[in-house]
Ligand binder design. Structure first.
Ligand SMILES: [Zn+2]
Length: 73
C-alpha cells in the first residue's frame, strides 16, 4: 500500500504506542472471514514479533513472520 509520491519512510511497529522501526512482516489471516489468498500484514519490531505471533496464534489464525531485509523501497 505505497501511495505514489507520499514518500512513506517512517514505518512503525503495529503495536500501539511502539515507535520502533519494524523488522518483521507478520503475515496472518482469519480463515473464517478471509479468502485463502487474502493475507493481512502487521509490521513488528524485534520486541513485538513474539507478541503478535502469540496473539494471533491463540486465536487459531495461521501466522508467519518474514524478515524485512533492508525494508525501505
Ligand atoms: Zn514494537
Amino acid at each position: 500500500m505505497i501511495i505514489p509520491g507520499s514518500e512513506v519512510r517512517t514505518l512503525r511497529c503495529s503495536r500501539s504506542g511502539c515507535l520502533r522501526e519494524p523488522t518483521w512482516d507478520v503475515q496472518w489471516r482469519n480463515p473464517k472471514i478471509h479468502a485463502p489468498e487474502r493475507v493481512k500484514v502487521w509490521l513488528a519490531c524485534d520486541e513485538h514479533r513474539d507478541y503478535f505471533e502469540a496473539y494471533l496464534g491463540q486465536k487459531g489464525f495461521p501466522v508467519s513472520s518474514i524478515a524485512r531485509e533492508g525494508s525501505v523501497e
